[in-house]
Structure formats: structure tokens, C-alpha cells
Design a protein around this ligand. Structure first.
Ligand SMILES: [Zn+2]
Length: 59
């Protein structure tokens, strides 16, 4: 169904690794958040970076 209200803005969540759109949500203004998509490669990268941070703190 089409809504006549066109003033509503949408926030968008994009993957910080592959920049694909992960999700959208209604907001008062246009915003962009960075997250991680369902792509296994992107999830692995996130886990890898967390691993590196832990190692750096350990060293
Ligand atoms: Zn991704």
C-alpha cells in the first residue's frame, strides 16, 4: 500500500565490510549506521578484528 506521507525518513544500516544494506528503520532524520551483514566472510572479519584487539592487549 502506498502512503501519502513522503516526509518520513529512513535510517539505514550498512555492512562496514562489504557496504551492502543490512537493514532499514524509520527515524526522524536520515541516519546511517554501520554493522555487519549475514555474509560469513564479514562475520569472520569481525571476529578476526576482535581477536587481534585481544591479542594486542595481551601483548
Ligand atoms: Zn558484509
Amino acid at each position: 500500500m502506498l502512503h501519502s506521507e513522503v516526509s518520513q525518513h529512513w535510517g539505514v544500516i550498512v555492512c562496514k565490510h562489504c557496504e551492502s544494506m543490512v537493514d532499514t528503520f524509520s527515524t526522524n532524520k536520515v541516519v546511517t549506521y554501520y554493522g555487519v551483514c549475514d555474509n560469513p566472510e564479514c562475520r569472520d572479519r569481525r571476529r578476526d578484528s576482535e581477536h587481534r584487539t585481544a591479542s594486542a592487549e595481551d601483548a
